[in-house]
Design a protein around this ligand. Sequence first.
Ligand code: ATP
Ligand code: MG
Length: 143
Amino acid sequence: MTVERTLCIIKPDAVEKKRAGAILQMLEVAGFDVVACERMPLSRKVAEGFYAVHKARPFFGELVEFMTRSPVFVVVLEREDAVAKYRELMGATDPAKATEGTIRKAHGGNVGENAVHGSDSAENARVEIGYFFPASKVAPVAG
Ligand code: ATP
Ligand code: MG
């Protein structure tokens, strides 16, 4: 298994509830290195671009409203098998269906306001990291 990276966004609901620190701690305890972390408000244009794959979904408008409501933390994570391991730690999209011990179980509110985002493939992780961070800010993986 090789060291890889994934993108996490701590969403507005969790930042508003002051859960960003607790979520970063869960990630570190689970063996992730925080390679980059920036608190920023998402503009409508940036949020729409990020979630463009969901444009046709009925919840798209609601999702963009939510993601632009207040600042998020955009976080680059690194560890072995990062994409799959982080999806596991994140838990199901609907926090009510998430397993005990997952971030969404502990900090998510509902299927829309579910505390965190996570890349769903290594290729999407590369695209999503590049969407937020220039190469100069995210040093290459050692080795
Ligand atoms: P994310 O992409 O944010 O990591 P995910 O991969 O678990 O979440 P997706 O199916 O990609 O889930 O949906 C993207 C986001 O859209 C969800 O995290 C949630 O915020 C929102 N969403 C998904 N389904 C619904 C729904 N039925 N109603 C409202 N919002 C939804
Ligand atoms: Mg997704």
